[in-house]
Design a protein around this ligand. Structure first.
Ligand code: NAI
Length: 303
């Protein structure tokens, strides 16, 4: 194992680290010298119940190889308490991995408010609360790394996961804006869309593939994104099974109509193929770049 990336003076919070991907992240951060807050409420995949032993066991594992860790058993919806555990125990917070998550899969016509709300609460509100509580400390020390856990179900959609997809792509929206707001204080924000063999995906992935999708194969990216070595922000990375790739928005060059003369739905229909043509597509990096073609169109027809 390369030792260039180290966290000796740093404190890392991993939420939902009592099992699955979060556990693997926590263990790898600890192996790289970080002091780790292992947060986990210890409930079911559906977000029911609580059990302190999930986080406690991972803390024991870390201590067993000489690492430093403390458990926290709060829900991420009480994210301030998780950050307080880091401050009370280790006096600081440098890296936050928002990983805790649940599933309440249902096709949309069967979706109930409780399923929608709880998925939103754990993934989005939980990540917000924890990150919001860490933010002033990261700003003050002019260093921070925050990782959000998105999903291909958010990026591409997936049957039965309207609530989950909404939450997971919401986290990418949060990533994009926090990357802009955090940059001047050296707080870099990235998101991952992982695939790993955990209790969440058991039964959903064929057994032969499942065995190979070890959670440990996601963690090297997360530890890299959490390190000072990473200078990228606002990124979204798909990762799993030993493979990592970056995702970005792509937009067609579009079609400009005369804004003064107006245009009809038939005009839109007539240009549909060109509107949807990705040949030579643009990859706007920010709002200003995104608005360029629209502004150019206004200018072209300006008096
Ligand atoms: P997992 O169920 O093994 O781990 C999630 C952990 O979060 C559990 O230990 C659970 O107790 C904890 N947790 C749930 N609600 C919590 C709360 N309110 N407060 C604190 N802890 C809470 O599942 P897995 O697969 O490790 O998931 C980790 C993250 O990765 C989740 O955000 C999930 O949505 C995401 N993800 C996983 C994928 C996969 O292929 N395993 C695919 C895409 C995203």
């Amino acid at each position: 194992m390369s030792d260039a990336i180290r966290f000796e003076d740093q404190v890392v919070i991993v939420t939902g680290a009592g099992g699955g991907l979060g556990r693997a992240h926590a263990l790898l951060f600890a192996r790289h010298g970080a002091r780790v807050v292992v947060n986990d409420l210890g409930g079911s995949t559906h977000g029911e119940g609580a059990n302190a032993s999930a986080a406690d066991k991972v803390v024991e594992e870390i201590r067993a190889f000489g690492g430093t860790a403390v458990a926290n058993h709060d829900s991420v919806t009480d994210g301030d308490k998780i950050v307080q555990t880091a401050l009370d125990t280790f006096g600081r917070i440098d890296v936050l991995v928002n990983n805790a998550g649940i599933l309440r899969d249902k096709s949309f016509h069967k979706m109930e408010d409780a399923d929608w709300d709880l998925v939103y609460k754990v993934h989005v509100e939980g990540a917000y609360k924890t990150t919001r509580a860490a933010w002033p400390h990261l700003r003050e020390q002019n260093f921070g790394r925050v990782i959000f856990t998105s999903s291909t179900s958010g990026i591409y959609g997936n049957f039965g996961q309207s609530n989950y997809g909404m939450a997971k792509l919401g986290l990418y929206g949060l990533t994009r804006t926090l990357a802009i707001e955090g940059r001047k204080n050296n707080i870099l924000i990235n998101a991952i869309a992982p695939t790993g063999a955990t209790r969440m995906t058991e039964g959903l992935i064929p057994p032969q593939v499942f065995e190979q999708l070890k959670p440990e194969l996601v963690s090297p990216l997360v530890v890299y994104l959490g390190s000072a070595a990473c200078q990228d922000t606002g990124g979204l990375y798909e990762v799993g099974g030993g493979w990592i790739g970056k995702v970005r928005w792509e937009r067609s060059l579009g079609v400009g109509f005369d804004p003064r003369a107006g245009f009809s739905p038939d005009d839109v229909a007539a240009q549909w193929q060109r509107i949807c043509d990705f040949d030579g597509a643009a990859h706007p990096a920010d709002n200003v770049e995104a608005l360029k073609e629209m502004m150019a169109n206004l200018q072209q027809y300006a008096l």
